[in-house]
Write a protein that binds this ligand. Structure first.
Ligand code: NI
Length: 676
């Protein structure tokens, strides 16, 4: 079940770990440890970061594009951070832009969390510990646990810190609140999520550091079944799986210079920050721009349960918890196979000190089956080329769930984005055998509420430059008649989406809907605008009622597509502080002016995700579920851009049944079954 880093065939000397850690050489390089620590010094020097002040969020400040365009290699870079400061003693919030280069505070302002529309800065790691201590020390909780006969289980109990959502209840409006749900553990190494104490909800104010409310409903027994999934609990691993080793004897096909990556026709810059995690810049194919900046900056996990314990749950894992700050150190669990290039990430801790997340971003190549193939009778015979993709990925763990974010670049110019949801489904307890229309029973007495994982990708598209247009393409039926005498005919429609309101769209698989991003100026060799298609995958949008507060807070998830005119400050689909926010921030606000996006610098926001009605197979640990989309060239290249991919050697292929390498390929002719 666990495995280690056996990068078979990889020459470790080729890939020195941490080799890119040096002073930034490009404006798009991620923050370094020295920069984060320097920003902290400047904040301390300015009197902004005092004893009681914490750093919920520290990010690179976004460059203006004119600033970026003017920059040339060797120029000094004005490196800036965008920081949110929280006075833990008062709850006061200050935002500041700090120039590390100039050693000064560029701007600062206070953010009022106490008046509408509210909103709280991201949680501090220390608040999880503090909340648990406050709960466990409280008379209210101890009384409830004792009432339930759980007095002897209190020491090992896990008090999970959960974002409160927002429904306008008195004890959550304008306050910094965590709701704590209790889970039992049989031992220090037990998995608490399997043992929920149903109906026990403790409300904690993180500024006054007190319990401000407790709900203690019912007396449903705590499920006793084990939630363990480690080898010691599962028992002997099967021994039937033979090794698969990926060998790349000549090393990988990519070249890395700092954070710049060149792979086949692709080039891009790899960036990482505390909130969005992986960010890709300057994505180019055939040295022509495709994406200026791309990331998945927000997601929401709304629960569809009416129970008191869970109706408020609607986690914004980026905006409330910070996906990047919770990024996995990938050496701790190998996610990739082959010759791997890692990138370290640096984030600020609660006190603003730099923290290194070693190997947070993983980059490698994968064989991906057939790229193109045709068997033509006669002398042409069979022609087949193998597909390969460059994979750039990271994983983030937020409480019980783990999310992988994978960006795939293909030889044919396609980009695929895939979120992987795994980890432990969030459960409550119920009477075994009871029916619950909001939470199927997935193990005896274990009920997993229905919920969604809805992600928002932000694509600052740049098809052959910034002047782009957005068109909705539908396949279109034609009524049988004079224009369609045999009934077989169909065509397509192309509807320009010229403004931010027109660009708020739903996907429609019944008409194979895609969204075309065209260059407004560049044409291909048949005279059509060069273009890419955003190809959505079937995804339910937000299931919550439009009148609900979660629909206001996660408005991004009520449309599959949003298009906005580029603004460097517009980066957060649900706003800067979705935690305990009453809603309306982010995309609804960004698009309020209904700006033109026709021939402008266009940004697309795409909602994709999973609607999860949990099943027994998701327990006790959930196999990866996938959600994503494609961004595919459509007349961007004049012809198939992967015709010059060489025929693959089958020197290492093995005929199944022969169990030995077939010398010189699979033998004569095309009638060969390779072992893959
Ligand atoms: Ni789920």
């Amino acid at each position: 079940m666990t495995h280690h880093h056996d990068h078979a065939g990889g020459n470790p000397d080729l890939l020195p770990p941490g080799a890119v850690e040096s002073a930034p050489r490009h404006p798009r390089d991620p923050l370094t440890a020295a920069e984060i620590d320097r920003a902290r010094e400047i904040l301390v020097g300015a009197g902004l970061l005092t004893e009681s002040v914490r750093v919920p969020m520290l990010l690179p400040d976004e460059y203006d594009k004119t600033e970026l365009a003017a920059w040339r290699p060797g120029d000094e870079i004005d490196r800036r951070v965008d920081v949110t400061l929280l006075d833990a003693a008062t709850g006061d919030v200050t935002e500041a832009i700090v120039s590390i280069t100039r050693g000064e505070i560029v701007s600062q302002r206070s953010y009022d969390t106490t008046t509408a529309p509210y909103g709280q800065p991201q949680y501090l790691f220390e608040e999880y510990e503090r909340a648990a201590e406050i709960v466990k020390a409280s008379t209210e909780w101890r009384t409830a646990m004792t009432r339930r006969g759980l007095a002897d289980r209190m020491d090992l109990a896990f008090c999970g810190p959960l974002a409160p959502g927002f429904v306008g209840r008195e004890n959550e409006v304008g306050r910094r609140v965590i709701r704590s749900l209790t889970f039992l553990r049989d031992s220090e190494d037990d998995i608490p999520w399997a043992h929920p104490v149903e109906g026990l909800i403790v409300h904690v104010d993180l500024v006054t550091n007190e319990v401000i409310g407790i709900e203690d409903d019912g007396d449903i027994p705590v499920p006793a079944g084990s939630g363990k999934y480690t080898p010691d609990a599962v028992g002997p691993a099967r021994d039937t799986l033979k090794p698969i080793e990926i060998t790349q004897p000549e090393g990988p096909s990519f070249h890395v210079d700092g954070h710049h990556v060149q792979w086949e026709n692709w080039s891009l810059r790899v960036d990482f920050n505390a909130r969005e995690g992986l960010v890709l810049h300057d994505v180019r194919f055939d040295d022509r721009s495709v994406l200026s900046r791309a990331s998945v900056p927000e997601m929401v996990v709304p629960y569809g349960d009416t129970s008191n314990t869970r109706f408020w749950i609607s986690y914004f894992d980026a905006g409330e918890y910070l996906l990047g700050k919770n990024g996995n150190h990938l050496e701790l669990g190998c996610d990739c196979l082959g010759v791997i290039r890692y990138f370290d990430g640096y984030v600020a801790d609660d006190h603003g000190h730099a923290v290194k997340i070693p190997n947070v971003v993983c980059m490698h190549e994968e064989d991906y089956g057939v790229l193109w193939k045709h068997t033509e009778p006669g002398p042409v015979g069979a022609q087949v080329r193998r597909s390969r993709r460059l994979v750039v990925s990271y994983f983030s763990t937020i409480g019980n769930y783990d999310y992988g974010f994978f960006w795939y670049f293909y030889l044919d110019g396609s980009i695929q984005v895939e979120a992987k949801a795994t980890g432990i489904v969030f459960v409550g307890a119920g009477i075994p055998g009871a029916e619950n229309r909001h939470a199927p029973e997935i193990a005896p007495g274990v009920f997993a509420p229905v919920h969604q994982h809805l992600f928002s990708a932000r694509l600052d598209v740049s098809i052959d430059g910034d002047d782009n247009r957005l068109i909705e393409i539908d396949a279109a039926r034609i009524p049988m008649g004079a224009d369609n005498p045999f009934g077989n005919a169909f065509t397509w429609t192309a509807t320009p989406l010229r403004t931010e309101h027109e660009a708020q769209r739903l996907a429609d698989t019944s008409v194979a809907r895609v969204w075309e991003v065209q260059s407004a100026s560049k044409r291909n060799y048949i005279g059509k605008p060069t273009a890419y298609h955003l190809v959505p995958e079937p995804t339910a949008l937000l299931m919550a009622d439009p009148a609900s507060t979660v629909a206001a807070r996660a408005a991004f998830a009520t449309k599959h597509l949003w298009g906005t005119a580029y603004d460097p400050d517009e980066r957060w689909p649900a706003g800067r502080y979705p935690n305990a926010h009453q809603g309306g921030a982010g995309l609804p606000a960004y698009t309020a002016d209904d700006r033109s996006i026709d021939g402008e610098d266009l940004v697309l926001w795409h909602t994709f995700g999973l609607t999860h009605i949990p099943r027994p197979e998701d327990w006790p640990i959930m196999p990866v579920d996938y959600a994503g989309f494609w961004f595919k060239p459509y007349g961007f290249s004049d012809v198939n851009p992967a015709m010059d991919v060489p025929e693959s050697s089958q020197a290492h292929a093995v005929r199944s049944g022969a169990e030995e390498a077939v010398d010189g390929g699979c033998g004569e002719g095309a009638a060969c079954t390779c072992g893959h």
